[in-house]
Design a protein around this ligand. Structure first.
Ligand code: GLU
Length: 440
């Protein structure tokens, strides 16, 4: 069965870069009626926090990326110890004692001599007695002994890849303090959980060669790998430093709609144009890893604004009834209110601004040269209640009285009543504006 996993570390909130990975894995599993696992990579007890697990789940649920199973690496430590034992038994695992300072020095020396900074395996030459002595002084860490040959595989996005394992250091799988590191936990989970496809960021390409060797050494099935390009800022600048500002929860709070975000990320960096879609099923039917390229992908948060606006424009009042009632609009006014403002909001957060404008007014914008005209016009306002014809009846009267026409007539009135030069059709808006005479 097609099985994918999204494997965040709960050390922070999810951001758009994570979402790209999550969404691709989700779509692959769902398209094949397979299984989608949410795997929490929490083997680092210092940095992993339960509140981040909650935040990850909340974001995924908000976006409708429901998982079939959730797995916590912290509850599988015994299994990792078993695999470590197996690796020892087959002679693929060895204990090392170099401190990070020593390793650093070794790397610098190698680089000075023009050699790649690959671990020299000196720990392999230690005798059992020497190991015993070192163990008393320091806690050993454990490395996987790579087979120093080429590893070839076909990446579903990047095509044929080949990495010479001799150019890579034997990976540390268990730290001196006993902490199981990501590589061991991840290959063990992928194998045990029958993961068939691994989609992740291209920063993991080099890991893949070593992971393939480790999976093979424990007799697991090597999944299909696909590495998507990393996101950059709109000018091609690295996004990693700013990812904190692109947290999904912040986007949710800013009023970005899930469908806008999903439609955008399912297409960004592919050969298809980015267009709003109405459902996950539609997004899924168009999704294909082969449409994605290796080039870095530009992400601009601003692109989500028109997509969200377009999504909202297509909603009916019943879709937004709760949001409308939450800001205090009485039920009998909900439909009218929605019809007046729907084309003039870029997120549901804007609803409040329009309602406040209707109920309480706003700072009128009146140019000096229009002041007299505006006052004269306001004095001619028909008595309330207003209907949808009031605006045209009123402006006609004002036109006759003042001789103003077109933009010169309408714009100063719009600015005076709304404080803005743009907005909903004034004919539709006017009946909702309370106590106009008190506003000017
Ligand atoms: N926890 C790893 C990460 O967030 C998972 C990488 C993988 O998908 O293998 O980078």
């Amino acid at each position: 069965m097609t099985t994918t996993r999204f494997a965040p570390s709960p050390t922070g909130h999810l951001h758009v870069g994570n979402l790209r990975t999550a969404l691709f894995n989700y779509l692959i599993a769902r398209r094949e009626s397979g299984k989608f696992i949410l795997r929490i990579d929490d083997t680092d007890p210092q940095r992993s926090k339960p509140e981040y697990v909650d935040s990850i789940k909340r974001d995924m649920e908000w976006l409708g990326l429901y998982w079939d199973k959730i797995e916590y690496q912290s509850s599988r430590l015994e299994r990792y110890a078993e695999i470590a034992k197996k690796l020892c038994e087959i002679g693929k695992f060895y204990e090392c004692f170099e401190s990070s300072i020593e390793l650093d020095l070794k790397r610098k020396k190698q680089l000075n001599m023009g050699k790649p900074p690959v671990y020299d395996r000196s720990a392999l030459a230690l005798s059992e007695t020497e190991r015993g002595v070192l163990r008393k002084k320091t806690d050993g860490h454990w490395r996987f002994k790579l087979d120093q040959s080429r590893v070839d595989w076909t990446d579903q996005i990047l095509g044929n890849l080949s990495i010479d394992a001799a150019s890579v250091s034997d990976p540390v799988l268990i730290r001196g303090d006993g902490q199981v590191l990501y590589t061991l936990a991840s290959i063990c989970d992928d194998t045990d959980m029958g993961v068939t496809h691994v989609v992740r960021g291209s920063d993991h390409v080099t890991n893949t060669a070593t992971q393939i060797q480790i999976i093979q050494s424990i007799g697991g099935n090597v999944p299909q790998f696909a590495h998507h390009s990393l996101l950059t800022g709109p000018k091609g600048d690295g996004l990693s430093k700013r990812l904190g500002s692109l947290a999904l929860r912040d986007m949710r709070e800013a009023g970005v709609q899930p469908m806008a975000l999903l439609s955008h990320l399912a297409k960004l960096g592919s050969s298809d144009p980015v267009e709003l879609r109405g459902s996950m099923a539609e997004i899924m039917s168009e999704f294909d890893l082969e449409k994605f390229g290796a080039a870095p992908t530009k992400f601009d948060k601003a692109d989500l604004i028109p997509l969200t606006a377009k999504y909202l424009q297509g909603l009916s009042v019943s879709d937004v009834a709760t949001d409308i009632s939450n800001i205090g609009v009485p039920t009998e006014k909900a439909e009218g209110f929605w019809n007046v403002v729907r084309m003039n909001i870029s997120s549901l957060n804007d609803l409040q601004m329009w309602w406040d404008l209707m109920e309480q007014g706003t700072d009128p914008q009146i140019e000096e040269q229009d002041r007299e005209f505006v006052l004269e016009a306001i004095a001619m306002l028909p008595v309330q209640p207003f209907s949808s014809d009031t605006w045209s009846i009123w402006t006609k009267l004002v036109q006759e009285a003042t001789g103003r026409k077109g933009k010169n007539l309408f714009m100063p009135l719009r600015r005076a009543l709304t404080g803005m030069s743009h907005g909903p059709d004034m004919g539709a808006l006017l009946p909702y504006l309370k106590n106009i005479k008190d506003r000017i």
